[in-house]
Design a protein around this ligand. Sequence first.
Ligand SMILES: [Zn+2]
Length: 161
Amino acid sequence: MGVHDDSIIPLPGPDGVRQPAAGTPRPWENTDRAQAAVDGATGPEPPGPPRCPHCGLAGERRPTYTDRHVLLEPGLVLPAHLVPGGHRWHLDGNGVAWNGGFAEPPPGTSCRVPHLLACPGLTLDEIRPWRWLSAVRGENARKVRRQAAGGSHPDVLPDAG
Ligand SMILES: [Zn+2]
């Protein structure tokens, strides 16, 4: 029995193609599911219609290498540097979509975006397009609270008058 590190999540991409024989146990299925959630490959899954559950609009549903589907905004191709990291989707020649993650996009690259980013049925607070920025803001909010609790910030000194 070897020790398996379940924390390793393979990067999506052409190298991520795996072709299990029918009925083969799939130890990576949980990892794929986690990666699909991180990527935003959250369906809707076939055979249901490719419609957004939040607004009802039809999207361009594509399979991903995590065995889940992503609903892309139809017909919208954007310069990759304008799209928040983690939301840049690319299509391989076989029609499979993959999330470019947070890697710096090469100059001149274009990409697709998930319908989720353009969904009128969700607020920006629900979409959280800049997740890394939300994390930084959350950490800063904790710093402010720590400073306030410690009384070291000039603005939160007790009123001596
Ligand atoms: Zn929608």
